[in-house]
Design a protein. Structure first.
Length: 383
């Protein structure tokens, strides 16, 4: 089964299970892959109909299936992901003697993949993004960009290498007009401009907000606008600094899933590096997690003997330490620490996570939250 057919099958599954909200977003991703303006216009018409008939789920499903049938008949050439879009070797950025130093860092970034960039504040996440975006000069090492389209100077490079800082600039006029301005600067014809802009507005859930101004949008919708504006430019490498900072939990999950889906485009994939404090949410969508500590780079798979010889479980419960230790008497508990309002339990690898759950249930402890962090980057924060 081709990737295009697999994506369409996934959309059908969502609609069959009455998950029409996610199904419609995924349908739009399939439509975007076609790069067919006629299909774009049909999606735009269907989006407008959907917003006017929010409770007519059955008819929406019928119309969506008819559109999926047309999409399935449109040939789509798959992109070759083998070539890295960015190669960094031994990158070091120093701010002077006895001050912060980032690196050395060596990375390879491929299109179609999401890279999570995590670490405590002040450990170099923004510095690394700005170095990769060519906003900061580095002191040692090499950076090589292998983008498909720009072949000239740094100006050409920046047209496909996009960095969005945590605090974005204010814009004037309506949301839709600002998006149209992006494409007009690339010489796109007015008719195509209108279609592509409305398609992106639909994709990012901005349909009912397209005529609003900056001051009339929430922080979450401003971030959606920034992403829509960026993706209209069809970047090859996208660097996002804390895009989830001002979003509620649900909005964070939606934005991350949207980014993952857009980066996995069949014919226009994007390499995404995303910094965030929302560790678990980022890990869900990341193909690889980059952890920075004191400016040093650690891959999630890298080993620390003391950490990797344990099953590590994070527990939030209303009980005393001694009561929790007694609960795990028979489970080879090596260490139990209290960290930031929660317990971190280290078990011998002979202990399994289901055994931990069974012990907690058997003793009827009031557990608010529990997570196996043995393979999560979270283990670096609490060790």
């Amino acid at each position: 089964m081709t990737k295009a057919k697999a994506r369409i099958k996934q959309v059908v599954t969502f609609f069959e299970n009455r998950d029409t909200v996610l199904g419609f977003r995924k349908l739009m991703d399939c439509a975007i892959d076609t790069q067919n303006l006629d299909i774009y216009n049909e999606v735009i018409e269907l989006t407008d109909w959907k917003e006017k008939h929010p409770d007519n789920e059955n008819e929406l499903t019928e119309k969506s299936f008819a559109l999926l049938n047309k999409i399935s008949k449109t040939p789509i050439a798959e992109y070759d992901h083998n070539k890295p879009v960015l190669i960094g070797n031994g990158i070091i950025k120093s701010y002077g003697y006895n001050r912060f130093t980032l690196g050395p860092i060596s990375i390879k970034i491929h299109k179609g993949e999401v890279y999570g960039l995590v670490g405590e504040n002040g450990n170099g996440k923004t510095t690394l993004l700005r170095v990769l975006a060519k906003e900061l000069k580095y002191n040692q090492g090499t950076l090589e960009y292998n983008l498909d389209k720009p072949k000239g100077d740094d100006y050409d490079l920046r047209s496909k290498l996009v960095y969005i800082p945590q605090r974005t600039k204010k814009w004037y006029g309506s949301l839709k007009d600002n998006l149209k301005l992006v494409l007009s600067s690339y010489g796109v014809s007015p008719e195509e401009n209108e279609t592509r802009v409305l398609m992106m507005i639909a994709r990012f859930g901005l349909w009912n907000y397209k005529h609003l101004k900056w001051s009339e949008l929430s922080s979450g919708y401003k971030m959606r606008f920034e992403l829509a504006r960026t993706l209209l430019r069809q970047p090859e490498l996208l660097l996002l600094d804390e895009p989830l900072a001002n979003l509620d939990v649900l909005a964070q999950q939606v934005i991350l899933e949207d980014l993952k889906s857009m980066c996995n485009s069949i014919n226009n994939p994007i390499a995404l590096i995303l910094s965030s404090q929302q560790l678990y949410e980022v890990e869900k969508v990341s193909d690889k997690v980059i952890y920075l500590k004191d400016g040093k780079y650690t891959e999630n798979k890298e080993t620390n003997t003391q950490i990797n010889n344990h099953l590590i479980v994070e527990i939030d419960c209303k009980c005393e330490r001694e009561a929790l230790k007694q609960t795990f008497n028979d489970l080879n508990l090596d260490k139990l620490i209290f960290n930031g309002g929660i317990f971190i339990a280290y078990f011998n690898l002979n202990t399994s996570f289901p055994q931990v759950l069974e012990a907690l249930g058997k003793h009827k402890l009031d557990v608010t939250y529990i997570r196996n962090i043995t393979k999560s980057t979270r283990r670096f924060f609490v060790f």
